[in-house]
Design a protein around this ligand. Structure first.
Ligand code: T3D
Length: 263
């Protein structure tokens, strides 16, 4: 599939996905979401991809749904937004959370509405110093989607999530880091290289182990301790059979750097 609204580039085992409608702050059209679904399938299917870097072109990360597409044409009957969300954002968020490869998100400017929650669905979310996050939905009479009501309270606690979602206040990058919403903040002018360095580092790590960590964390908040201990045993069993585990221990014993193949 040829892409018009995103860019896809694979180098050093890192697939870089760039949202690319800079003149509209990378707001998400139906065309963009189709391309993102296709890119997720590529990332999942291609063993050469060992990490993903998601970012935006221009001065924004993503301003959420393109509001030019949000209402029915010519004042027609109201559309079923639930059905649209099921077809568009939900598969994207499921893919980001369930593909067992690490996703680094580099938030290079404002991340609003679905754009904020797409960013937060990453595994390691970093931002430029001037970036910001806005749960913009309530300003236009909608509710947070793209996993926001599940993710944000887990990241920052119920009280902060309620305030941020109801008031739709803007959160600056450093405040987002301080409240646990994101992992790190970098200077704007080095964000892309710093985020890329993280992605390249993750791409050299034992991919199966990272994928299993992700599987464990996805379950962590709705399991009790006993279920989670059982899950950890299952995940450790799987990790213990990987070639990369053999290599990691062998390299340690031989006092050399490991070379992981993601198997
Ligand atoms: O339909 C469904 O699928 C339902 C699902 C909905 C999920 C959602 O994401 S709902 C939330 C949608 N997003 C928003 O409500 C955010 C709207 N945008 C803004 O509030 C502001 O643009 C920002 C705070 C993000 C940035 O403000 P600022 O002042 O830096 O930029 P700006 O001047 O407002 O925007 C620059 C251009 O981008 C401008 O275009 P123009 O006038 O230069 O041609 C603006 O219209 C355009 N733009 C920004 N956001 C959107 C957008 N165009 C379409 N849709 C947008 N969301």
């Amino acid at each position: 599939m040829d892409y018009e609204f995103i860019r896809y580039d694979l180098q050093e085992r890192v697939a870089t996905l760039t949202l690319h409608r800079p003149e509209k702050l990378n707001s998400v059209t139906r065309g963009m979401i189709r391309e993102l679904h296709d890119a997720m399938r590529r990332i999942d299917d291609d063993d050469a991809v060992r990490a993903v870097l998601l970012t935006g072109a221009g001065r924004a990360f993503c301003a959420g749904q393109d509001l030019g597409e949000a209402l029915p044409e010519n004042g027609g009957e109201a559309v079923d937004l639930g059905a649209i969300v099921q077809e568009t954002y939900n598969p994207l968020i499921r893919a980001m959370r369930h593909i067992e490869k690490p996703f680094v998100v580099a938030v290079n400017g404002v991340a609003a509405g679905a754009g904020a929650n797409i960013a937060l669905a990453g595994d390691v979310v970093v931002a430029g110093a001037s970036a910001s996050f806005i749960q913009a939905f309530s300003k236009i009479g909608l509710v947070p989607d793209s996993g926001g009501t599940w993710l944000l309270p887990r990241l920052v606690g119920l009280g902060r999530a309620s305030g941020l979602m109801m008031l739709a206040d803007k959160v600056e990058a450093e405040d987002a880091r301080a409240m646990g919403m994101i992992y790190a903040v970098y200077p704007d002018d080095t964000l892309q290289q710093d985020a890329r360095a993280l992605a390249v580092r993750l791409a050299q790590m034992p991919t199966k182990s990272l994928g299993l960590i992700k599987r464990g964390l996805n379950q962590a908040f709705h399991h009790g301790l006993d279920e989670q201990l059982d899950l950890e045993a299952d995940l450790q069993r799987a990790a213990g059979y990987t070639a990369d585990f053999q290599e990691g221990v062998q390299a340690f014993l031989e006092k050399r750097a490991p070379t992981y193949e993601g198997r």
